[in-house]
Design a protein around this ligand. Structure first.
Ligand code: OXD
Ligand code: MN
Length: 595
């Protein structure tokens, strides 16, 4: 479907949506491409994109016997992660964006970045990608249209979203779509801007080809813009996995979990339960983003707006995540992993030694002295439908009912293995003050503790004080609010070893959570939350160090008092806008700890 960027009339064979045609036409006038390609989302189109990228070197073919339809993309060395410092929320009023966001006024942003877009697609093809976020036929699904000059982006959007007619059908003649303009530009970080205009539901991304910056359906739309829409419309767009936990009777209970980037969300979402023989099994609904709505009965329901996984490769192995390993054996685009001489993808902790002749993520012969062979934030992009543990309800247009919400982040000290909030308000407070060790998913130092409320610090498209208020308000509208838990699989001992085995053994924690949902499970009230009683979590058969479980389920009062001070430093930046309920919970926690 190629055409010259001429009149709206020529493009109207694809859609009759005048607003969409007008926006595409205006965009073409700005970026001045040589031709326009409207994506139809078909397999034939995907195959032709792959073919072109193999020809021009954007992709390298991997071993088609062991990894059919799998390819490798190597990005620029300076374009390997989300760049939070170059990500902006552009609202009329700076306070609307809040201290949690970088801000530019919309006219200033358009003036500055409009110049970069002017003529940036000269001599190149502009791809127009209509895409649907959410299951077809769901009242909760929404349409986006990304315009890009990157074939890698167009192909990746095919995997991560539902592209083409399905989106145009959902949209019909409505003007209710989120336009997103993307160009890789010259990939210079000096000319890199990820801009969001929530007031006009618009995204502009320039100068990066990295997934989180360039696949605009994901972080830009499904979180930053969607969080603003959700505030207005009374729902929630969250950085959450969604799983179904099946019990021995076959009943499935759904849970949503917010974990910061590269903190084991995909592993938890695809967990092979260590208690499978006893009838406990985990089903995957989504691994990164959940849109949560209140239904007519006052029940919170979740859909996964995405259609694929954009997961972190290093650390993924048959031991840690066999389901992911199965999922990414075919139809997968890898980015910045290493390659073996047999043409197979390789990364650190994949479960095999680096073979002789390994090629690193930059395309050079790898040698140990040069450090990691795969980039720590190397990724796989794979269709969700081919995941062996995908839930039969992952595309249910009504979504799945949520019974529990988990907050999780990497904390090597202090935070217990699991704890239950006293109630919704206390749970919102625990989420709002969540500390997290930074990871390689964003540029910057790794391993530093920062406040990452609800794992949304990089993704909340508006002032987080209002976000906390929104969470509190949603709780009041729910007939039976989900129980809220804080989990932490990442505690380390003095020698730096993990105290809890994690992965499939986390089912033991999920089972306790399930018991709590059902009004059972041993728990004791402490200063910070309800903690499991000594034998409430079954540890039979685990090789835990003596005293490990006591450590993992006790309260370090002085450590928590320090944490309370850190929270205070974070909260004060929101001034009077911070809901009084958050301050009340903060005060109550301090006095309980001091008692
Ligand atoms: C992601 C992220 O890619 O959170 O999911 O960075
Ligand atoms: Mn994420």
């Amino acid at each position: 479907m190629r055409s010259k960027p001429e009149s709206i009339k020529e493009q109207s064979a694809v859609t009759e949506n005048i607003d969409l045609l007008r926006w595409v036409d205006d965009t073409a006038r700005l970026t001045k491409p040589a031709s326009i390609h409207w994506c139809d989302g078909t397999q034939g189109e995907y195959d032709s994109f792959i073919h072109q990228m193999l020809k021009d070197g954007t992709l390298v073919e991997l071993n088609q016997k062991s990894h059919p339809n799998c390819y490798l993309h190597r990005s620029r060395a300076n374009d390997v992660a989300r760049t939070e410092s170059l990500t902006f929320i552009c609202t009329r009023d700076k306070e609307t964006a809040g201290p949690n966001n970088n801000w530019m006024s919309p006219p200033a942003a358009k003036e500055r970045v409009g110049k970069l877009f002017d003529g940036c697609m000269r001599g190149r093809t502009m791809y127009v990608i209509p895409y649907l976020m959410g299951p077809p036929g769901s009242p909760y699904s929404k349409v986006g249209v990304e315009v890009t000059d990157s074939l890698y982006v167009a192909a990746s959007m095919h995997i991560m979203t539902r592209v083409g007619n399905v989106a145009l059908q959902h949209l019909r003649t409505s003007h209710d779509f989120v336009p997103g303009l993307h160009s890789t530009g010259d990939l210079s970080p000096d000319r890199r801007f990820i801009l969001h205009f929530p007031e006009e539901k618009l995204i502009w991304s320039f100068g990066s080809g990295y997934g989180g910056n360039a696949l605009l359906g994901k972080k830009c739309f499904a979180l930053r813009i969607a969080s603003c829409l959700a505030l207005r419309e009374g729902w929630m767009a969250e950085h959450m996995l969604v799983i179904g936990l099946e019990d021995p009777s076959g009943q499935v209970t759904y849970m949503a979990g917010a974990f910061p980037s590269a903190s084991g969300k995909t592993n938890l979402a695809m967990m092979v339960s260590a208690m499978q023989d006893e009838g406990y099994k985990v089903w995957t609904v989504g691994d990164d983003i959940a849109w949560l709505h209140i239904d007519a009965d006052g029940q919170l329901r979740a859909i996964n707006p995405e259609a694929g996984f954009f997961g972190v490769a290093p650390g993924t192995s048959f031991a840690t995540n066999p389901i992911a390993m199965e999922t990414i054996r075919r139809n997968t685009i890898y980015t910045n992993v290493a390659v073996t001489p047999a043409g197979e993808p390789w990364w650190e902790e994949i479960g095999s030694e680096p073979p002789e002749g390994l090629i690193d993520w930059k395309g050079s012969q790898w040698s140990k002295v040069e450090g990691k062979a795969a980039h720590p934030n190397s990724r796989f992009t794979a269709p969700a439908g081919q995941c062996p543990s995908i839930s039969p309800r992952w595309e249910d247009p009504r979504g799945v009912p949520i019974s529990a919400i988990l907050w999780g982040s990497r904390r090597s000290t202090l935070v217990p293995l699991v704890m239950q909030a006293f109630d919704w308000q206390h749970g919102v407070f625990l989420g709002s003050g969540m500390g997290a060790e930074t990871t390689a998913a964003a540029t910057g130092t790794v391993g530093v503790v920062r406040r990452d409320p609800m794992a949304m610090l990089p993704f909340c498209g508006y002032n987080m004080a209002d976000y906390f208020a929104h969470w509190l308000k949603i709780g009041q509208q729910l007939k039976r609010p989900p129980l809220i838990f804080r989990v932490n699989w990442f505690r380390k001992d003095q020698n730096g070893n993990f105290v809890w085995p994690g992965y499939g053994e986390n089912i033991r924690v999920l089972r306790w959570i399930l018991e709590r949902i059902r009004g059972a499970g041993g728990a004791r009230e402490t200063a910070i939350a309800y903690l499991p009683t000594p034998n409430a979590i079954n540890t039979e058969g685990l090789a835990l160090a003596p005293g490990a479980m006591e450590d993992l389920t006790s309260v370090d009062r002085s450590g928590w008092l320090n944490g309370v001070k850190e929270m205070e430093k974070f909260y004060v930046q929101f001034g009077d806008r911070l809901p009084s309920e958050i301050w009340n919970e903060h005060r109550k926690l301090r006095s309980r700890l001091e008692a």
